[in-house]
Design a protein around this ligand. Structure first.
Ligand code: UGA
Length: 445
């Protein structure tokens, strides 16, 4: 059992903190947003993540998971301190590391203050867990070294996270691997201890390699998605079936089945930002990452393909009512950052369409950026008088909709399945004209 501190209570920080508490550690999470901390103390979470609210409530009641505004409190009480603040994209695609820098300064100042009032020998392991470009660890170390007095013992390590939104607890508890960037024996032992209840392999690397593993992994997964989306365009043109192609490819163990689902492209707070940041850091160190530029380009194209398909179905888009089912960037989350659904809506609004929409979790977030859409309480309300339905997120509840009823509600029976997840035979039987992304559908032009 260790005393662990988390600085930044976004998705990564809160999941990490809650899970380490569940594993029996004493955890303090800090955030500079007082309102957020107040709500967390009442077990009100700032986002939706299945299962997280129960862990937060249970561990908080047991006092193994505490929340504070004070970084100094975290530094004072925690041997291991995870930095989990945001690293958003700047306008030119670089990762904005100013929050990481700020937190590093705060940690250093706190360490100095603590050393003044304590005669005990202090050691702290400071871990970057947010996604950061290679060489960030060196900057964090330098920043802290310049502030703390000599004699204070600390190490810097990288321990990138691989949590998926919507599946984060399982990803934390049962990861494929745990990556730790440190060459220091004392730090290695601490990581071995805190991760000992988790039965997954730990790979130890140097800090720079660990930093690259994270960007390279996310970019590789984004590349897999763009690759299959490019193939889906070829399938569309010749009438082949992307699902069959992906299955046939994925059975080759060297390729693997996952992340070969064609659709309207990747979104979220990670892939778009991380691909950009990787291109940018590569350029800074003298490598032109054209491969990843094409990954981005294909991803953007998937959105335009949906608009083109809508035009093929409706001729003129102006004045047409289009129902959007699914707003989050993927199911099991209320996150709409870089969501393909939102991008599609924005393009349709430019074409003067009327947009009705529904999502099981993401309506409130969408209202904040697009207040003038027609927000519906049920998917059926969306269908009423619509000329076209676009399924943009593959929520389970959409699979079991009563499509016969939907057909009677709609003005025209058109469906675009942006995630290739509906039973198209059933839809065609119900009389819909159905378009997908690269999937062979009888009757589709
Ligand atoms: C991603 C990574 O999967 C995590 O390992 C990583 O920790 C996380 O980023 C991060 O860096 O924090 P996440 O963004 O939560 O996780 O979501 P994914 O499940 O990876 O999906 C990303 C996007 O790709 C979604 O829009 C999804 O719809 C799309 N996708 C995924 C496809 O279009 N096709 C696929 O086959 C798979």
């Amino acid at each position: 059992m260790k005393n662990i501190g988390i600085i930044g209570t976004g998705h990564v920080g809160l999941v990490t903190g809650a899970c380490f508490a569940k594993l029996g550690n004493n955890v303090i999470c800090a955030d500079n947003d007082s309102e957020k901390i107040k709500k967390l103390n009442q077990h009100i979470l700032p986002f939706y993540e299945p299962g997280l609210n129960t862990i937060v409530e249970e561990e908080h009641k047991k006092e193994r998971l505490l929340f504070t505004n004070s970084i100094e409190e975290v530094v004072k009480n925690s041997e291991v301190i995870f930095i989990t603040v945001g690293t958003p994209s700047t306008e030119n695609g670089k990762a904005d590391l100013s929050y990481v820098e700020q937190v590093s300064i705060e940690i250093a100042k706190s360490l100095s203050n603590i050393s003044k009032i304590s005669s005990a020998k202090i050691y702290r392991l400071i871990v970057e867990k947010s996604t950061v470009p290679v060489l960030t660890g060196e900057w964090v170390k330098r920043t802290i070294e310049l502030i703390v007095p000599t004699g204070i013992d600390f190490d810097i390590a990288a321990n990138p996270e691989f949590l998926r939104e919507g599946n984060a607890i399982k990803d934390f508890m049962e990861p494929d691997r745990i990556v730790v960037g440190t060459e220091n024996e004392r730090a290695k032992k601490i990581f071995q201890e805190i991760y000992s209840p988790i039965k997954s392999p730990i790979i130890f690397t140097d800090i720079k390699s660990a930093e690259i593993i994270k960007h390279a992994s996310n970019s590789f997964l984004a590349m897999k998605i763009s690759y299959i989306n490019a193939i889906s365009q070829i399938c569309d043109k010749v009438g082949a079936d992307i699902e069959m192609v992906a299955e046939g490819m994925g059975m080759d163990k060297r390729i693997g089945k996952s992340f070969l689902k064609a659709g309207i492209g990747y979104g979220g707070s990670c892939f778009p930002k991380d691909v950009k940041a990787f291109i940018s850091i590569a350029k800074d160190i003298g490598y032109d990452f054209n491969l990843l530029k094409e990954v981005e380009h294909i991803n953007k194209e998937q959105i335009n393909i949906v608009i083109k398909k809508a035009q093929e179905l409706l001729w003129n888009l102006k004045g047409k009512q289009i129902g959007i089912l699914g707003l989050s960037f993927k199911p099991q989350t209320d996150d709409i950052r870089e969501s393909p659904a939102i991008k599609i809506i924005q393009l349709l609004l430019k074409e003067d369409c009327i947009i009705k929409c529904y999502d099981p979790q993401a309506m409130e977030n969408t209202k904040n950026i697009l207040p003038n859409l027609i927000y519906c309480k049920t998917p059926y309300e969306v269908c009423k008088d619509s000329h076209l339905l676009i399924f943009a997120t593959e929520w389970d509840e959409f699979k079991t909709l009563d499509f016969d009823k939907i057909k009677t509600l709609m003005k025209m029976p058109h469906i675009i399945d942006g995630r290739n997840f509906l039973d198209f035979k059933k839809l065609q039987k119900a009389g819909f004209i159905y378009k997908s992304i690269g999937k062979k559908t009888e009757g589709e032009k």
